[in-house]
Every structure is written in C-alpha cells, then in structure tokens.
Ligand binder design. Structure first.
Ligand code: FEO
Ligand code: CA
Ligand code: CA
Length: 632
C-alpha cells in the first residue's frame, strides 16, 4: 500500500518535471518560430537573442480562466469583471474593539481611538476558518500617511500623535461572518485584536538573547515592543499567521556619517519621515544602537488566542521581508520562501530542522524555531533567461561565514543575513516581492517588481533572471526544485512573464509574448495561487498612464494560467492606490482584495465613500453574482 503510494507520487513528480521542461521547450520552439519572422515583433525578436529568450510560449485559450477580461481604468472606483460584485468590507479607522469610537475623518482622534480601530494601509492578509460561516481575518497594516492621519497633516506632531501613528501600524485580527450580502466583520468579537508598534513580543530562535538585541529597556535581548511596516504575510498549516517586517529602517534615525556598515546596508538614515525618534527614544539610534536589530523579522502570531505573545522568528533571517510562502515538502520538512524587497537584494529559503506532524499541534508550533536558511544563486548562459540554480547555506562556519569575514556566531549570520548573502555570492535580484508556491506542482514563482539600478551598479549586472537594464516594468521568475523536492539544494528556473508595454516599445521592454495591449501592467508585487492553480498577480506600479506607462491606467489584479501563460485582467483599483493583500474563503467563492493608499501624494481619490470624503485604505469582498467559484 505504502509502496504503491510512493510510486504514484514519483509518477506525479516525473510528470511535473516533464511539464516544466515542456514549458521551457515550448518557449524554445516559440523562439524558433519567431526566427521565421512572421510579424514586426517577430522580426525584432529574431534579431535580438535576449528578446527571443524572454518570449513566452504562445497561449491557446486557457481552460483555467473563465471570466471576461476588463479594460484598464483611470476612474476612482474598484472594477471587477461582468458577473462579479465588489463591496467594501472594512476601511482604515473602522472600530474593531469594544468601546472604540467610530472613525472621524477630521484627523483629530487621539491614539486611544486608533488603538481600537482597524489600522491603516491594509496589506497581506489570511483567512482562518472558525466554521462554515465564521472566520478570522488577520491583516497587516503596513504604514500610515500623515497627511490623512492628522488634522495638521503631520506638521505639528505631538507625543500622542506618535502613539497614534504607532497604533495605525501592525496587524489587525477580527472576526468575520457570512451574511446575505457576503462576508461582514463583527465589531465586538472576543477574537478581535490590535497588534501595534507597541505590543510586547518575544525574539526566539538562534539570535534570541544576543548582545546585539540588548537595549536599555530590555537587558534580556529577548523582549521587544512591536512590529511595524508589516508588508505581506504567510500562513502555516498549523493555523498561525506570519507577518513580515519590511521597511523597518525608515522609522529610525542616526546622524549622517555616523552609521556603521551594518546600519548602512540596512538603510538607517539621518532622518525619518515618521519622526518617532523625536518623541520615543528607542527610535533614536544614537541612544539605542541595538533597537533596529530587533526589527526586520518574520513574526508568528496565533490568531485564535488574542492573549498570545507574537514571536519574532530569527531563524528566518533579518532583512526587508516581503512575504513568507510556506509549504510542507514531501519529506515533511517545512519550507518557507522569502523575498528581500530592495534593489539588488536576494531570495531566501528556510528549511525546518523538524518535520511537520498534522497530529502534533504543540510540536508544530516550534517548527520555525530551528532550521537552515539558504539564499539563491541563479546560473544562466549568456543571453538566456532560463537555467539552473543553487541554494547556498547561511550557517556560521560554512561557506566562508567565519570570523575572518566578520561573523562570530549563527546569531550574527541571522541578524546580518544580507551581508552573509553577499559573502556567499547570492544573485542580486530586481526587488524580490511576493513568493507563491503552486498547490499541486510545488513550482515556485516570485515577483521581481522593478529595478532602476539594474545595469547601472557594479553588483547588479544585466543577465539571468534580471535581463533588462533600468527595469521599469518587472518580471516573474519561476523555479522548480530538483526531484520536485522543496528542500532540495538545486533547481531549474525560467521567467514566467516579463512585463512591458508593447504599445510604446518594440524591443524587449515590450515584454514577453504573453503580454499584449489588452493585459499590460507594470511592477508585479502581490502574488498567490488559488486552489485550482490560477496565479493571481497584484500590481504596485506607476499609474501616471503616460510615457512608458501609457495605457496601463490604475493598479490592477491579473490572473494567469501557469500552463498556457495566458494573463487576463481581473480588477482595477481607484486613483493612486496599490492593490495588495489577497485571500480566499475555503470554498473559493469569495476573494478578499486590499486597496492600499488610495489618493496617495494628494491625488484626487475619495475612495471608497465618494463625494468629498477622505480616501481610506479598504478591504474589498469580491464574489460572483451567481455565487460561483471565483475565476472560473
Ligand atoms: Fe510592502 Fe515590497 O512591498
Ligand atoms: Ca508589496
Ligand atoms: Ca511594491
């Protein structure tokens, strides 16, 4: 019985492997086709090996994508395909805790109000079922915009204003219930919780208690206040939420010229637009040099217990974390893929020491405590955008991570993971954003959102998965681990798509062959697979609709068929927003989509209330009018 099962498994793996090579083959035969020069684009591609290489396979009509594509939009609305409805569920400032006041858009509410309200700028989110018609949503609140948060627009900051800004950050957990009109949030549920920049949490794992974590308020080096700039997310098979700390550096300040090399690599500057350091000395790096080391981690939260202590998992490394894509490998080890969102930074993978055991809830709770962190090196022949890759171990004492190279312990390798990645020769990427793992094939995709420095800095050469200089548009890299084993140390990769503008450019800035004037976009960011394997892509790009971005309109959600390469536009957001945060109900009949920073930089948005109202970051509930499965 067991043997049959294993044979069936390996048959599936072989099929998956050959699918992946078929895809690369298809791309090659497309190249041959193009060398025939059937169209003007084809002629160009024929003359340009780079462009040939990034041309995707031709895409016969997708069986996975069943909805009608929508055009681009510059309107101040959220648009979904014919047959779908979208409704705002919760906006920044809506009360979620008992006793919290209703939102007042005049910006004069004190920190105590914000502490009981939904935080600002919704980002990554996960759905945790309680029953068929009740669930918890855990949602990141990435940052806040002072021109909207305060009546004085940030120009007359007080100590309570800093507390209010800190309370607008972090994570919101709240109960939702299914009603006649779809899912709605419950204001006073006992599950509801705000986690902010001041919530007490613990540092755990190999770096916990290290001297580099000790501050005047915490001699243990283990107890830390808060999480902020929580970008994207992940969820574990044991029911916890992972929130990822991204641009934590922007909240700290240290005078120019006084930053040490570690602080420079992590982007500590002389000033902070948030100005917390003026009122809260732990953000003044001259006074608390170790406080920045306590941020830039993945934090694990048990959403089911509102009294639980969030745990910062130092085994997953410190960098500007985008999301945490979790999968259980066939051998039972837990694998977490991680991107570091900065031009020229890296893609990482954590493999747990212990194995996942579905019947050991308590044991699973420690799986992210101990394991091995790896960083990716992508290999390619010149001019090719496919190749092989390796995962290089970031373990103290191995791969030159020694005293001679500035590392004295595993704790230091984790705290300065970026510098360890440089020592081992990791590939510098075009801003790794979200990673997603296909639910069946375990193929992995990562959005590389854009990189204006590519080809202009020595450590960021053009080539491999980063094939264009001054990359305005971004691409999605895809890899398959050797033998279908997500704990493997080698992989094969290619580019699933290269974004571009075929109406403006005829060279490789037009994008890959699966990008057309009907589905073009820039700066892919949010990414996720649904249960059927559709790839959902969310954009955080330029919305000027001019020049290189002409015809692209507002930020968008697109859905791709990973088998055919077809990409179709599913949603468009309001003015000057980014669409980020995506989660499905388990029946796949509802998708929750986040609208972040509508009207940023004083652009004229009044989303979602309209009229003359202040724009507010909002989670949309999207369903089909006939109640059917989303995307089909
Ligand atoms: Fe918060 Fe890299 O986006
Ligand atoms: Ca993002
Ligand atoms: Ca982005």
């Amino acid at each position: 019985m067991i043997k049959d099962h294993l044979q069936a498994d390996s048959a599936i793996k072989q099929e998956q492997d050959s699918d992946f090579s078929k895809m690369i083959d298809a791309s090659l035969s497309r190249r041959r086709l193009l060398q025939g020069g059937a169209t003007a684009m084809g002629l160009f591609l024929a003359a340009n090996p780079m462009a040939q290489a990034i041309a995707a396979s031709s895409h016969p009509e997708s069986k996975l994508l069943g909805f009608r594509k929508i055009p681009t939009s510059t309107a101040d609305t959220f648009v979904v395909p014919e047959g779908y409805i979208a409704r705002p569920m919760i906006s920044w400032g809506d009360p979620i805790l008992s006793g919290a006041p209703a939102f007042n858009e005049n910006g004069s509410q004190p920190s105590s109000a914000q502490a009981g309200q939904f935080g600002d700028n919704t980002d990554g989110m996960s759905f945790f079922p309680l029953s068929d018609d009740r669930a918890l949503l855990a949602v990141n609140n990435e940052y806040t915009n002072y021109t909207l948060l305060f009546d004085h627009k940030g120009k007359a900051l007080t100590a309570d204003d800093v507390k209010k800004a800190q309370a607008a950050h972090g994570v919101s957990v709240f109960e939702i219930k299914r009603t006649d009109i779809g899912w709605e949030y419950i204001k006073d549920s006992s599950y509801n919780r705000r986690i902010t920049a001041n919530t007490e949490m613990m540092l755990t794992g190999p770096a916990a208690g290290h001297d580099l974590f000790k501050t005047s308020a915490d001699r243990s080096g283990k107890k830390v206040l808060g999480t902020f700039n929580n970008c994207a997310n992940g969820e574990t098979p044991w029911g916890t939420y992972l929130t990822c700390e991204e641009n934590f550096n922007g909240y700290f300040a240290k005078p120019e010229g006084e930053q040490d090399p570690h602080q420079k690599r992590y982007g500590i500057k002389s000033d902070s637009k948030y100005q917390w350091h003026q009122f809260d000395s732990r953000f003044d790096v001259s006074k608390e040099p170790n406080e920045p080391n306590r941020h830039g981690w993945v934090v694990e939260i048990d959403p089911m217990d509102p009294t639980s202590t969030p745990l910062k998992r130092t085994a997953l490394g410190r960098f500007k974390h985008e999301n945490a894509a979790v999968t259980v490998a066939d051998n039972g080890h837990v694998v977490v893929y991680l991107g570091d969102d900065e031009r020229g930074e890296h893609i990482y993978k954590f493999v747990s020491k212990n194995k996942y055991n579905a019947s050991d809830k308590a044991g699973n709770r420690n799986l992210l405590e101990e394991g091995t962190l790896f960083v990716a090196r992508f290999n390619a022949k010149e001019g090719e955008v496919k190749g092989t890759g390796e995962w290089i171990e970031l373990t103290y004492g191995k791969n030159s991570l020694t005293r001679e190279n500035g590392f004295n312990s595993q704790a230091e390798v984790m705290i300065f993971a970026r510098e360890a990645a440089t020592v081992v020769g990791a590939t510098t990427m075009d801003r790794p954003e979200w990673v997603a793992v296909h639910p069946e094939t375990k193929t992995v995709c990562c959005t590389l959102t854009n990189n204006k420095h590519r080809g202009r800095k020595d450590n960021q050469p053009v080539g491999g998965p980063n094939p264009r200089a001054a990359n305005n548009y971004g691409q999605i890299v895809r890899w398959k681990e050797s033998n279908g084993d997500n704990t493997s140390s080698t992989f094969k990769w290619d580019l699933f798509l290269v974004a571009g503008n075929p109406t403006v450019h005829k060279d490789f800035y037009a994008g890959s062959a699966n990008i057309t004037d009907e589905n073009m976009f820039n700066s892919p960011d949010g990414l996720g697979f649904d249960q059927a394997g559709r790839l959902w892509i969310m954009t955080d790009g330029k919305y000027s609709n001019e020049g290189d971005f002409a015809g692209m309109g507002n930020n968008q959600v697109l859905v791709a068929d990973p088998n055919t390469g077809e990409v179709r536009r599913f949603a468009t957001g309001p003015i000057a927003c980014e669409l980020t945060g995506l989660t499905f109900s388990p029946d796949q009949r509802t998708v929750f989509i986040g609208v972040q920073h509508p009207g940023e930089k004083d652009q004229p948005s009044h989303f979602p209330a309209g009229g003359n109202r202040k724009p507010r970051s909002t989670i949309m509930v999207v369903q089909r009018k006939d109640g059917g499965i989303i995307g089909t």
